[in-house]
Design a protein around this ligand. Structure first.
Ligand SMILES: Cc1ncc(COP(=O)(O)O)c(C=O)c1O
Length: 404
């Protein structure tokens, strides 16, 4: 049967001896899609990433409409108090931290952010990274050696998969959220390698399927077989749970994992990432021995970014729990896929594919990579309800107290 549709995936394998031979086929296909108006990528914001945004799409058309793509789960990036905090930080310390945090790159602001976030996630020590990606990749590459083992949920984020591949060939992938399979595989590794270091990796909320592991079981299994647990909290820290501590809070498992990694790019109105550990030794070793200083380069301590994250953290922490429960109530039903949910998802996916017509800003990378009919709970929060919730909370005056 003749195939009618071609996708980006068809161009992953490339051949040829020159660069142009290797990429020309792809470029021809992309150019045709741009010229016939069906290229769904490369959208550019012309306004702040608001629930309704102005956008130029990848074919050069201007749109204004609901934004189901930008990752700004609580709309903090455009909150007056957060902007003011970032501007004050620039006035105080300039726009650049001028060095790796392993050298002279830290500022009083980045230190403060490390301390505050450590307290928030309930770990003793926290190390900032330039991005969540660098944190995930860096901690695995930094701690795992070729003879060690990594066992990870099959849908773990690319930064975790790539970190594992860069560190060892001993990687065991576990069917998504399947704690029984996880236990069987871990038991097998432990039986054949009684003295090996084993790192077990999962996430609190998986971005593509918006589901979550049973953490008590996961952590029990890790303890039983002497595996070190690493959990990525990028998607729910700050926006889920009564106090904003995400699924670990909801499942009463705060402090359970040995190591957390997280990102500021979803809820904390900035770029950046972190790892949180219980032992100062892990943080100091990673920072000074296992990772080259470039990993912790200048942008780690960028004053305005850190201030934006810090002010967001502060706003999240001080918000009335009742308001956060409202966010949670809007999110949690998404975990059980229901008709409204599926309907919303499909609509969101249509927007991002650019086929629902003009007047839609459409989504972008996130929605483009999500399965239709599956889960886009963050699209829900990114849409108008997100603004509603942010407005409600802003009304409590508390965020203004955070413009330090
Ligand atoms: C689960 C997960 N971890 C880590 C990251 C990387 O975060 P950042 O955008 O800060 O690089 C992402 C980003 O999409 C993510 O979804």
């Amino acid at each position: 049967m003749q195939r009618t549709s071609i996708s980006l995936a068809d161009f992953r394998e490339i051949t040829g001896t020159t660069i142009s031979e290797r990429v020309a086929g792809y470029y021809g296909w992309q150019s045709t899609r741009r010229s016939d108006g069906t290229w769904a990528y490369d959208k550019t914001l012309q306004s702040a990433p608001l629930p309704v945004s102005k956008v130029v799409d990848g074919c050069g058309r201007r749109f204004e409409g609901p934004n189901y793509c930008s990752q700004d789960y609580l709309s903090l990036a455009s909150h007056e108090a957060i902007k003011e905090a970032a501007i004050n930080a620039i006035q105080q310390l300039g726009v650049h931290s001028a060095g790796s945090s392993a050298l002279l790159g830290n500022t009083a602001i980045s230190r403060q952010l490390e301390d505050e976030l450590a307290d928030f996630v309930n770990y003793e020590h926290l190390l900032l990274f330039p991005t969540g990606w660098a944190a995930g990749y860096g901690v695995i590459k930094g701690l795992v050696r070729p003879d060690d083992w990594v066992i990870m949920d099959a849908l773990s984020h690319a930064c975790l998969q790539e970190g594992a591949k860069a560190a060892t060939r001993n990687i065991v992938s576990v069917p998504h959220l399947d704690n029984e399979a996880f236990e069987k595989r871990l038991a097998r590794i432990r039986a054949s390698h009684p003295h090996s270091f084993i790192l077990a990796i999962t996430e609190t909320v998986f971005s593509m399927d918006s589901d979550t592991p049973d953490f008590h079981r996961f952590l029990d299994i890790c303890r039983s077989y002497g595996a070190v647990s690493l959990v990525d909290v990028a998607h729910d820290l700050g926006c889920l749970g009564f106090n904003g501590r995400g699924q670990l809070e909801i499942q009463n498992a705060i402090g359970g994992p040995d190591i957390l990694i997280g990102s500021f790019s979803k809820t904390f109105a900035s770029n950046g990432g972190f790892i949180a550990t219980k032992a100062a030794a892990t943080k100091e070793y990673l920072k000074n021995v296992l990772l080259p200083p470039d990993f912790l380069k200048c942008s780690v301590a960028n004053p305005s970014r850190n201030r934006a994250s810090g002010a967001s953290y502060c706003a999240i922490r001080r918000w009335r729990p009742a308001s956060r429960t409202a966010v949670q109530q809007q999110l949690v039903p998404a975990f059980a896929i229901g008709p409204e949910w599926i309907h919303l998802s499909r609509r969101a996916v249509r927007y991002c594919a650019g086929i629902s017509g003009r007047g839609r800003a459409g989504a972008g990378a996130v929605a483009q990579s999500v399965k239709p009919g599956c889960c886009l709970e963050f699209c829900r929060v990114s849409g108008s309800r997100r603004q509603q919730v942010a407005d409600q909370d802003a009304g409590s005056k508390r965020p203004h107290e955070c413009a330090r």
